[in-house]
Write a protein that binds this ligand. Structure first.
Ligand code: SF4
Length: 365
């Protein structure tokens, strides 16, 4: 997704420390409401917390091309091996591997807090991005139903919004989103990186299948949206053959997506060990190649690979008559008043670490 956070918010949430401006919930002394396990979500613990704020302001110095985000969940049961947000879980004294997938922080009052924030006269009704950190339509959303309140709070205050997700649960809220779209600009984007079911299940074990996600794209188009599909990350030697890319674009086209954004895998420091652990276990023959593509602390593939991928993608996009582009080719969104206007709502100082997916998403919106 798509999805990542800024360190300062979570620095105050190590066990034994309190950040009064951030979540009320993860300090030792009591902001957490309760921790819940349920047979319906075997192996997952939900940590229900009370958020003191919902709107996260992206600092002006950030490369993120949007100013405001809302993140109802921390951690993500979609469990994508390559997820760039994994490192952020360590700020909670949890690990970025199994804990990220199974220890999910839920801001159970996020919609109410958000509604109060956007009712303030000082709120500038700037674009709010959802899905820039963890997935707002991960499985927990089926239990907690936080998104309807968030959508309603934003739309009823005249605040435009965008959502990026791998989840099919969004389909539940399409009528609400369509109604919101009558009032404000609403943009929907879907991250679908792996179209082979076996590989998708290995790489993104908690996600719906590509077919289910494409069905959600189709439903969004039928509801009047112009959905974007993020064909990201493209994984070297795993999803980058001509046959694989051709099949993906054909299916995206058939689903009615308005546009496609593609980009090669990034492996940030907090993700790299987990990804290589998976690669060593599942595809050991590729470890040497990936070491070459991501030497040392390098988080990106070499420019030569990305150029090679672009040369491969362009004719395929033309053949499928898709409006598609590399993540780096998208125009930069104009930041509205980021440098001059004071924050309309007091914030936690939190924001998202720019990632290829979220940056590209925001540029579209
Ligand atoms: S959907 Fe995947 S990439 Fe996005 S936050 Fe969840 S685990 Fe990370």
């Amino acid at each position: 997704m798509l999805c990542s956070t800024v360190r300062m918010r979570w620095n105050g949430q190590r066990v034994g420390e309190t950040d009064a401006a951030a979540l009320a919930g993860l300090d030792r002394d009591g902001g957490i409401v309760r921790s819940v396990t349920t047979p319906e979500f075997a192996g997952i613990t939900f940590h229900e917390v009370l958020a003191k704020s919902a709107l996260n302001h992206v600092p002006g110095a950030s490369a993120m091309p949007f100013d405001w985000t809302v993140n109802p969940y921390r951690g993500c049961s979609h469990a994508c091996v390559y997820c760039f947000a994994r490192g952020t879980h360590t700020y909670l004294d949890l690990d970025g591997g199994r804990d990220f997938d199974t220890q999910i922080v839920v801001k159970i009052n996020v919609a109410e807090v958000l509604a109060a924030e956007v009712r303030r006269g000082s709120w500038g009704r700037e674009h709010v991005a959802l899905g820039t950190n963890t997935d707002p339509y991960q499985r927990a959303e089926g239990r907690y139903r936080l998104m309807p309140g968030i959508i309603d709070a934003l739309a009823s205050s005249g605040t435009p919004l965008s959502i990026l997700t791998k989840g099919t649960l969004l389909r539940r809220d399409l009528p609400l989103l369509a109604a919101a779209h009558d009032e404000v600009d609403v943009s929907l984007a879907f991250s679908i990186a792996v179209f082979d079911d076996a590989l998708q299940s290995a790489l993104e074990p908690g996600t719906p299948t590509a077919a289910a996600r494409l069905a959600t794209v189709r439903a969004a188009a039928a509801a009047g949206f112009r959905p974007t599909v993020f064909l990201m990350p493209v994984l070297p030697h795993l999803t980058d053959s001509i046959a694989q890319l051709d099949d993906a674009l054909r299916r995206i086209r058939e689903a009615g997506a308005a546009r496609v954004v593609y980009g090669a895998l990034h492996l940030r420091p907090g993700v790299k060990p987990w990804f290589f652990s998976w690669l060593t276990r599942e595809r050991p023959e590729l470890v040497g190649s990936y070491r070459g593509l991501f030497p040392g602390v390098s988080a990106t593939t070499p420019a030569a690979y990305r150029q090679w991928l672009a040369r491969r993608m362009r004719p395929l996009l033309r053949a499928h008559r898709l409006d598609g582009r590399d993540e780096t080719e998208l125009p930069t969104r104009t930041r509205r008043g980021a440098a001059s206007a004071p924050p309309a709502v007091r914030t936690t100082g939190a924001s998202a670490v720019p990632t290829p997916q979220t940056t590209a998403a925001a540029r579209l919106f």
